[in-house]
Design a binder for this molecule. Structure first.
Ligand SMILES: [Zn+2]
Length: 162
């Protein structure tokens, strides 16, 4: 059977007789013509569209967690903000940039009553949070031991140690 004859003629799936390919019904048994090749083609097109939509959806779903992860990375826990939230606003809050480079900054919070100077740094990127470098005596500028700090600024003990 040539390709041309297969297109021109159709075979009834019910009575298995051949008839004109243009007919919608089998002239022998009257059953509706089964357009097998077209049906398969249509099915594969639908499948391709479904797969494409699935791929698009997958992309959207796959992108969502990665943007969320990025948001978490750019907003690390800010230890300076945490100290202020537990101990209240400092008497002095100064940001100095020794090197002049953006992001390479030192921030010192001074609690005059407790005589504590909390020093933070913000390396890498300005979008990063302040990280505690140490707790110092306001006058001598020497690091305070955990015991001394607990006595002077008990609220600070709730914060992570440097
Ligand atoms: Zn038939």
């Amino acid at each position: 059977m040539t390709i041309l004859s297969s297109i021109a003629m159709a075979t009834c799936s019910i009575c298995n007789s051949s008839y004109d390919g243009g007919a919608l019904f089998c002239p022998h048994c009257g059953s509706a013509r089964q357009q097998k090749t077209r049906g398969l083609y249509g099915g594969s097109v639908l499948l391709a569209i479904a797969l494409l939509m699935l791929a698009v959806l997958w992309r959207i779903v796959a992108l969502a967690p990665s943007t969320a992860e990025r948001a978490v990375v750019t907003q690390p826990p800010d230890q300076a903000a945490m100290l202020v939230s537990t101990c209240g606003p400092a008497d002095s809050d100064k940001i100095t940039n020794v090197s002049g480079l953006p992001g390479n900054e030192i921030r010192s919070l001074v609690f005059q009553k407790a005589k504590v100077r909390a020093v933070f740094s913000r390396a890498d990127s300005p979008s990063n949070g302040w990280k505690l470098q140490g707790m110092f005596d306001v006058k001598t500028r020497t690091p305070l031991t955990a015991d001394r700090l607990a006595k002077r600024l008990p609220c600070a003990s709730a914060n992570p140690k440097p």
